[in-house]
Design a protein around this ligand. Structure first.
Ligand SMILES: [Ca+2]
Ligand SMILES: [Ca+2]
Length: 251
């Protein structure tokens, strides 16, 4: 082996050893992570998974508080889904929701401490801890925009404990987010995600009967001339029934 090749092999070995040691250090700390996820408007009981990485300890209880940075779009329902999760055998689960000045939820769970050994204790291991259930509101203003709502973990008031109640040190908590794509496209006057007969009816009711305007109003501007009137109804009739050109997305 030449000296040059030896140096290259040596460097590779060092980098492998370094990456393994840093990997094991990362794995040493338990962590809880809210999954980043996407959904649509008007979705109810949408599941936002909360995952546990629990390399060393047995978890017998937890307290976690989550905060929404955009409660106009996303609401906590005040419930969590534990079916098929790591805590489905916990015998105590308490959920508190506060919407005053925002929206946050506190979830407390405790395994059955009375049996020997305690029943339902978690781990060590990784998996789905539970699902937060949220509703995506259909508010008129935000419906037009793509939004990202952060579900922040309140690090001060969140903790894991062992089966004997002792707190587990150095738990890392990771925020998640809910991505909600906007539905507003030209021609989708009723903002339900598709352009069809119902939009023609919606526009007829608005233009001729003074009914509720499209929200935003440009959603009714099928021919994109900055006005909403009979011409847009004709444009949509041509598109829906006669194979005419489709209104363009707003981009
Ligand atoms: Ca529509
Ligand atoms: Ca128009």
């Amino acid at each position: 082996m030449t000296l040059k090749r030896f140096i290259v092999v040596f460097q590779i070995l060092i980098s492998i050893m370094w990456s393994r040691s840093s990997w094991s250090e990362e794995q040493a700390n338990p962590s809880v992570a809210v999954a980043g996820t996407a959904t649509q408007y008007k979705t109810v009981n949408f599941k936002v998974p909360v995952y546990l990485n629990n390399p060393n300890d047995q978890v017998g209880g937890f307290e976690m508080t989550f905060i929404l940075d955009n409660p106009v779009v996303v609401d906590f329902t005040g419930a969590v889904d534990t079916v098929g999760t790591l805590i489905n055998k916990f015998d105590y689960l308490d959920i508190t929701v506060d919407t005053e000045g925002g929206n946050y939820i506190t979830v407390v769970g405790i395994a059955d401490q009375d049996s020997t050994p305690p029943s339902g204790v978690i781990g060590p291991g990784n998996g789905l801890l539970y699902n937060l259930l949220v509703n995506i509101t259909s508010d008129c203003f935000v419906r037009a925009d793509t939004t990202l709502t952060t579900i922040q973990v309140d690090k001060i008031h969140s903790r894991l404990s062992k089966s004997n109640g002792q707190l587990i040190d150095s738990v890392e908590f990771f925020d998640g987010s809910v991505y909600v794509p906007g539905l507003c496209v030209y021609g989708d006057a009723n903002a339900n995600g598709t352009v069809n007969l119902s939009d023609i009816i919606y526009l007829v009711n608005y233009v001729f009967k003074g009914s509720i305007p499209p929200c935003p109003e440009k959603a009714g501007d099928a021919n994109k001339n900055n006005m909403v009137n009979l011409a847009d109804i004709i444009f949509l009739v041509n598109h829906v029934f006669k194979g005419g050109p489709a209104p363009c997305p707003t981009g």
